[in-house]
Design a protein around this ligand. Structure first.
Ligand SMILES: Nc1ncnc2c1ncn2[C@@H]1O[C@H](COP(=O)(O)OP(=O)(O)OP(=O)(O)O)[C@@H](O)[C@H]1O
Ligand SMILES: N[C@@H](CCO)C(=O)O
Length: 326
C-alpha cells in the first residue's frame, strides 16, 4: 500500500480550502503505487488526486514534473492537470511534505493485456512524444546507460543469491551495452516508466475498442531517446505472464506508434539494443529494491528475474524483425 503519511480530517479540510474546488466531501488513501502517498479526494466539485511526495522524490525536481504535466494536459493529452491553489501555486505543503492536487482521470488499468491495449498504448505513447516536443525544460535521465554500473556496484553482492551466474551475466552485458549504446537517435521528452499500471483505458461506446483515457505517474520523465521509451513499453506490454514474447502485440504497438510518429531506420535498427538496455534498467532497480527492501515492508517487491529473462530474449534475436515488423 502507498499511504506513508496519515492526514487528519482537519488537515485535509484546511489544505483543500486553499483551492477553489468546494469543500471536502470525503477522502481515502489509495493502496496502489509505491513511491508516494496518494489520496482520492471528493469535493463538492468532483474527484481529485492528492499526492504527498515522499522521500525518494527529489523536491528540486518537482517543478519539472508539474510543468510537464501542465504542458501535456494543455495540449490535450489524457494526463493529469495540476490544480493551482487560490494563491496561484501548484506545489504546496501538507503534513511537512511537498504536495500537489491533480485532476482525476477516468478509466481502469488493463489487468489482462490484449493486442488492442498494446495498439492503443503505442498510439498514445507517440502522441505524448509529439506533444512533449516543444516542452522547453530538460531533465537528464538518471537511470540511463552510464548510471547502471554504479547501481550494479551497490547491489551486485546479492545477484548470485537470486540466480547463480547473474553477477557475471550483468557485468558482461553492461560491458556490451556501454560500448554499443547509440549516440545519435532522436531525443525528446520520454515517460520512462509507462507500465500497464500507469495507463488507463475505457472502451469506446461505438466501436467497443479500448482507447487510452489516461497516462499517469510522470515522475521518471526525462530527456532521452524517444525510441528508448518505445523499448521500455515493448518490455512492459508485449511479454506474456509465462515469459513468452508476443510478436503480435509488439507489431500492434509499433505500428500504432508509427502511424502517429514514424520511427527512423536508425531507431528501428537500434530497438533490440535499446530493449536490452531498458531490460537492464528495470533488472537493476528491481535487484536493488529486492536487496534493500526489509522483510515485512508494506511495499511488494517486483521480480528482478522477469527482466533478466526479457534481456536474454532481446539479446538472442537477430534484428527488429523479431518484433513482427518489416
Ligand atoms: N490522475 C489520476 N486519476 C485517477 N487515478 C489516479 C491518478 N493518479 C493516480 N491515480 C491512482 O493512484 C494510484 C497510484 O498512483 P501512482 O502510480 O502515481 O503512484 P506512485 O506511488 O507515485 O507511483 P509508482 O507507480 O511509481 O509506485 C494509481 O494506480 C491510480 O489508481
Ligand atoms: N515500473 C517499475 C516500478 C515503478 O517505477 C517496475 O515495474 O519495476
Amino acid at each position: 500500500m502507498a499511504v506513508y503519511t496519515e492526514v487528519s480530517d482537519e488537515e485535509m479540510q484546511d489544505f483543500i480550502a486553499g483551492y477553489a474546488i468546494g469543500d471536502v466531501v470525503s477522502f481515502t488513501g489509495i493502496a496502489e503505487g509505491v513511491e508516494n502517498s496518494n489520496f482520492l479526494v471528493q469535493t463538492e466539485t468532483g474527484p481529485y488526486i492528492l499526492t504527498l511526495y515522499e522521500k525518494r522524490v527529489n523536491p528540486d525536481e518537482l517543478p519539472f514534473f508539474i510543468d510537464l504535466m501542465e504542458h501535456l494536459a494543455a495540449r490535450g493529452l489524457a494526463s493529469p492537470t495540476p490544480l493551482h491553489g487560490r494563491d496561484g501555486t501548484v506545489l504546496r505543503q501538507l503534513c511537512g511534505r511537498p504536495a500537489a492536487m491533480v485532476t482525476f482521470l477516468r478509466g481502469m488499468s488493463a489487468k489482462r493485456l490484449t493486442t488492442g491495449h498494446c495498439a492503443a498504448l503505442g498510439g498514445a505513447l507517440a502522441e505524448m512524444h509529439l506533444k512533449g516536443a516543444d516542452f522547453a525544460a530538460t531533465r537528464a535521465n538518471n537511470l540511463s546507460v552510464g548510471d547502471w554500473r554504479p547501481l550494479f556496484e551497490q547491489c551486485r553482492t546479492g545477484a548470485d543469491s537470486l540466480r547463480p551466474g547473474l553477477d557475471s551475466f550483468i557485468a558482461e552485458r553492461l560491458d556490451d551495452l556501454e560500448r554499443q549504446w547509440p549516440q545519435t537517435l532522436p531525443v525528446g521528452l520520454i515517460h520512462a516508466d509507462l507500465f500497464p499500471d500507469n495507463v488507463f483505458f475505457m472502451a469506446d461506446k461505438e466501436t467497443r475498442q479500448e482507447r487510452v483515457s489516461g497516462l499517469i505517474d510522470f515522475y521518471f520523465a526525462c530527456t532521452d531517446f524517444l525510441a528508448y521509451d518505445v523499448a521500455i513499453c515493448l518490455n512492459a506490454w508485449c511479454f506474456e505472464p509465462d515469459g513468452a514474447f508476443n510478436a503480435t502485440k509488439a507489431r500492434a504497438l509499433l505500428n500504432a506508434y508509427r502511424k502517429v510518429r514514424p520511427l527512423t531506420a536508425d531507431e528501428l535498427a537500434s530497438l533490440p539494443l535499446l530493449a536490452q538496455g531498458a531490460a537492464m534498467r528495470f533488472l537493476l532497480t528491481r535487484l536493488y529494491d529486492w536487496l534493500n527492501t526489509p522483510e515485512g515492508a508494506l511495499v511488494k517487491r517486483k521480480d528482478p528475474l522477469e527482466y533478466y529473462r526479457k534481456l536474454r530474449f532481446h539479446q538472442g534475436i537477430s534484428g527488429p524483425g523479431a518484433y513482427g515488423i518489416e
